[in-house]
Design a binder for this molecule. Sequence first.
Ligand code: ASP
Length: 436
Amino acid sequence: MSLTNRILIAMVAGILLGSLLNLILHAAGTSAEIRALLDTYLVGGLFDVVGRIFVASLKLLVVPLVLVSLICGSSSLGSSARMGPIAAKTVALYLFTTAVAITSALIFAIVIGPGANVELGGVATFQATVPPPLTDVLVDIFPSNPVQAMADGKMLQIIVFALIFGYAISHAGEPGRRIASFFRDMEAVVMKMVELLMLLAPYGVFALLAKLFANMGIGAIIDLASYFFTVLAVLIFHALVVYSLMLKGVTGLSPRLLLTKMRPVWAFAFSTASSGATLPVTLRTVEYRMGVHNSVAGFTIPLGATVNMDGTAIMQGVATVFIAQVFGVDLSVTAFLTVILTATLASIGTAAVPGVGLITLAMVLSQVGLPVEGIALIIGVDRLLDMFRTAVNVTGDSVVSVIVAHGEEQLDRDVFLDADAADGSVDLDVYPNSKS
Ligand code: ASP
């Protein structure tokens, strides 16, 4: 059975078993012993341990992978003068997709009016954190100590360091060539680690989802159904319609094929709710399954996982309108433009880990004068939405990567068009180089 199918089956099984456990744990007839047994040994024991080890192993690969793949990418582009244009195109596309995402979110939310009939009863308090000044955010992109940046997992700092290092390699003559070949070998080895981890993915995904659904009361969705389904509708619209139109329009390639290849990545994004933890899988998929050359994928994917969060922006757009409606505030046209601008910035500033989108939402709300406590209204369904929006976040990165690679003639169309490319059971004896 293909890896994709195994992961998807694990995902469905995890959700079903978790939901069943939730029912049993909350059923009146369940004895205290059974409840304690299931809670302690299964949900809080086995599932918790397997899930946490799985996420830790994914995170383990992020820093080495970003570092080596970016160094490889920028060292192979550094001498060709394509680095600047690729970076400019990528950033422009990321900003464009995010702006489109918020605009659709605002339009959907205004038309549907999810907050129109919601009663404002007993709003819990929400403690907003004060965002750092913009100047600090900017300065913080530049590392003063690369080792510290890696130890702290500061992605933007690692990206900047790797780009400069790779560029220097490409201009350092023979020593540069030797170092470049070392990093290419390193990349193959780290990618092999990703493949090993993929073998365990079905168990990890299963454990994460079973635990989450066993603990999560889905009942909160009923109270917030209008908000929940509005966000979900825009997320689906963006993933299926906007990305498909962009891909088809610019490259002529089949969106259906791309979306099919994204399925295992979605399972990772959905179960971890973290674009960062999903990054190794996104990178592997875009390179080996979609045929994007490492020089482009190595730059676009780590950067996208860090700054490009269309799903998060969608949630923030709908949430802003929802909170405004609940509090009976009429937003002006200027306020909507402010939301588009600040939600773009907020989604860039959102770390690629679970739940941060909700924290940066405070920034958007305060910019348009809405009460930050409004966030408490939507907390109940945020974890579930986080899973969906993270899946959209990683899809956006992959689509932009394919589009940029296509424009730069760095896309292996044969790999893209091969539906089964690199989706067999992982062959541990073969160097997985299907790149052009
Ligand atoms: N969990 C999201 C991600 O990692 C970020 C967020 O919206 O909270 O992409």
